[in-house]
Design a binder for this molecule. Structure first.
Ligand code: SF4
Length: 219
């Protein structure tokens, strides 16, 4: 067990060297804008979300304005984003819930956040940690993939178990930074389709990298 922890410590240290500046790439000015951006980011790149949100927040400046908008109008404003009709419906419903249940403010607990339409545990963790400074590890597709490639968890481990394992392996003060770090590492280095194992500084301590090394560093 101690050996596993030591391996992870080294893996994480090397990831930290590759991604020293760990931050959220969704552009936002406050917790409300972050919440809408996180909702929009499901199955969509942050680049695409960032291309849409300036116009969206210029047209709808408050939860009240979104709550009073038609779903069709919001859908038109975000039409370049995947699943835009469903997301528009969730945005309007979310803002109505904010007005009705939370005084128009984004709530600050995971349980309350998860009562909002379109917000699951992963999104709640992003909002909690990024907007409110509450330590949390949001396990998105990048965090899950990197964790499994590095052997932190077994390939068939559930997302919930990945989150629990990372929380055990990292000190609480590092949780939020680790989330952003693993996201950026997965997004730009250990990518889904073409991980750059041959150039990766983790290749000697990464089971997935070693597996491909046996084939002669084909990637
Ligand atoms: Fe990802 Fe390959 Fe690096 Fe392992 S060696 S962390 S699979 S890029």
């Amino acid at each position: 067990m101690e050996q596993l922890r030591t391996l992870w410590d080294e893996q994480y240290a090397r990831i930290a060297a590759i991604v020293p500046d760990a931050h959220c790439e969704l552009v936002h000015r406050n917790a409300f804008e972050l919440t809408i951006a996180v909702l929009l980011s499901a199955q969509c790149t942050d680049v695409m979300v960032n291309a849409v949100t300036p116009g969206l927040f210029a047209a709808y400046r408050t939860p009240q304005q979104f709550a009073e908008a038609s779903v069709e109008d919001v859908a038109h404003a975000i039409r370049k984003i995947g699943l835009f009709r469903t997301k528009a419906k969730h945005i309007v419903q979310l803002c109505r819930k904010l007005i009705d249940a939370y005084g128009g403010e984004i709530p600050t607990t995971r349980e309350e956040l998860m009562t909002l339409p379109g917000i699951g545990r992963k999104s709640a963790n992003v909002i909690l940690s990024t907007a409110f400074g509450v330590p949390a590890i949001a396990v998105d597709t990048h965090v899950e993939r990197v964790s499994k490639r590095l052997g932190v968890v077994h390939a068939r481990t559930s997302v919930a178990a990945v989150e629990r394992e990372l929380m055990v392996r990292l000190p609480e003060h590092e949780w939020t930074r680790a989330h952003h770090r693993l996201v950026l590492f997965g997004r730009y280095h250990c990518t889904a389709m073409r991980p750059q194992c041959a150039q990766c500084t983790l290749r000697t301590i990464c089971p997935e990298g070693q597996r491909h090394h046996e084939g002669g560093w084909t990637r």
